[in-house]
Design a protein around this ligand. Structure first.
Ligand SMILES: [Ca+2]
Length: 227
């Protein structure tokens, strides 16, 4: 009896698994904040600085996570520029005295370099496909000097199309530290055909002054059949 039940259970399991396994596996999604890793380079993501669209200028941050902002962040950084993730599991507030920075749990924290170079999160397509890319940038400092997000594929600046704007995309609205609320937020959504190993650069330009430019960022990238 026991053997019969076992066989029936196996048959039921096979019946459940069979049809699903006969289909193509569901496409994976890539999510910048969820996937953030100290393995750099590794996987589809890389982190560094330079000028988006100028591949030769890209400098990867060295491997290894370094806790910064009084232990609130795990970060790649070089001087002022950084890509970080909340290390506490809860919305946090960094208050170094000069300004206050809200550190959310659902976004990476990016900061540009004092020399004007852009901090970048780069997605490298693992295979030829169309990819749907949905995400946002948001101000995290309560005394921002404004930032200009940029999305560049290869050498082509796709920022305005991705955000659906006709002018340069700029964020300047201050965060609210008392309420632990980020400031101005702009979202983007677009689909592009990418060849294998083609790079999408999500860059943070300081838009002039580099101070108080901490900015939240996330993107979810999903392979799709077509536009
Ligand atoms: Ca700025």
């Amino acid at each position: 009896m026991k053997t019969m039940l076992t066989c029936a259970a196996v048959a039921a399991l096979l019946a459940t698994v069979g049809p699903a396994s006969a289909q193509s596996p569901a496409p994976a999604s890539y999510k910048a904040t969820r996937d953030f890793s100290y393995n750099n380079p590794g996987g589809v993501w890389s982190y560094g600085y330079g000028t988006a669209g100028d591949k030769a200028s890209f400098v990867r941050y060295p491997a290894g996570l370094i806790s910064a902002a009084n232990g609130l962040l795990d970060s790649f950084y070089d001087g002022e520029s950084s890509v970080s993730v909340n290390a506490t599991g809860a919305v946090a507030l960094h208050d170094p005295g000069s300004s206050k920075v809200v550190i959310p749990t659902d976004a990476l924290v990016m900061h540009p370099r004092l020399d004007g170079q852009e901090t970048m999160v780069v997605f490298t397509a693992p295979a030829h496909s169309f990819y749907r890319m949905e995400g946002f940038f948001e101000i995290l400092d309560n005394a921002p000097t404004s930032v200009a997000p940029r999305i560049v594929i290869g050498t082509k600046d796709q920022t305005r199309k991705a955000f659906g704007e006709k002018q340069t995309v700029v964020l300047s609205g201050a965060a609210d530290p008392a309420a632990l609320k980020p400031g101005e937020k702009k979202s983007f959504s677009f689909t592009r055909e990418l060849s294998k190993n083609q790079r999408v650069q999500f860059a943070l330009n300081p838009n002039g002054h580099w101070r108080f430019d901490s900015t939240g960022f996330d993107v979810t990238i999903t392979p799709v059949a077509s536009k």
